[in-house]
Design a protein around this ligand. Structure first.
Ligand code: SF4
Length: 157
């Protein structure tokens, strides 16, 4: 069993009320081989919600209290993001899951890239708040992009 970002498995939990479905991951959920978590919703944020980005760093520096998660209108939602990361971790840990496939570029789930905090559409290297927490707890995190690339490599493409 693995854990995946809920939006990758077909849940309509993104900030815009949509999913980011990866059909092969949705299939794993349907087969009972993957469990879905959405840290932002677990942290008490609604669907839909304002887009948010990490200002002044990335998920690692958020946990060091050196960066914040701010919505496009300027609301500080850092605590929601932190609470959701902890609750998602607890849910996964109870199920004995320590391998995750998370949505790239999300301020929660990003594992290699996030947006730059200016709401300009520009990406930068960095991790999201939940990803940083999961890794601090010793979990293995891979992005959806890396996972699909690894499948293609395994298929010799
Ligand atoms: S927090 Fe993660 S699971 Fe939830 S919508 Fe964002 S990327 Fe998807």
């Amino acid at each position: 069993m693995i854990g995946i970002s809920a939006c990758l498995g077909g849940a309509l939990c993104r900030y815009d009320g949509k999913s980011q479905t990866v059909p092969r991951l949705m299939m794993l959920v349907q087969e009972g081989r993957a469990i879905m978590v959405c840290p932002e919703v677990l942290g008490g944020l609604p669907i839909p919600r304002e887009p948010a980005e990490i200002i002044g760093g990335d998920g690692v520096t958020v946990w060091q209290d050196r960066a914040k998660v701010i919505t496009v209108s300027g609301r500080d939602v850092t605590q929601h993001f932190k609470d959701g990361a902890v609750l998602a971790y607890q849910k996964l840990q109870k199920l004995g899951i320590d391998q995750l496939i998370l949505k790239e570029k999300s301020p929660s789930c990003g594992s290699r890239m996030i947006y730059d905090g200016q709401f300009s559409g520009i990406k930068k290297s960095g991790v999201g708040v939940a990803c940083a927490y999961f890794r601090q707890q010793g979990m293995q995190v891979m992005s959806d992009v890396e996972w699909l690339e690894s499948l293609e490599e395994a298929n010799g493409n």
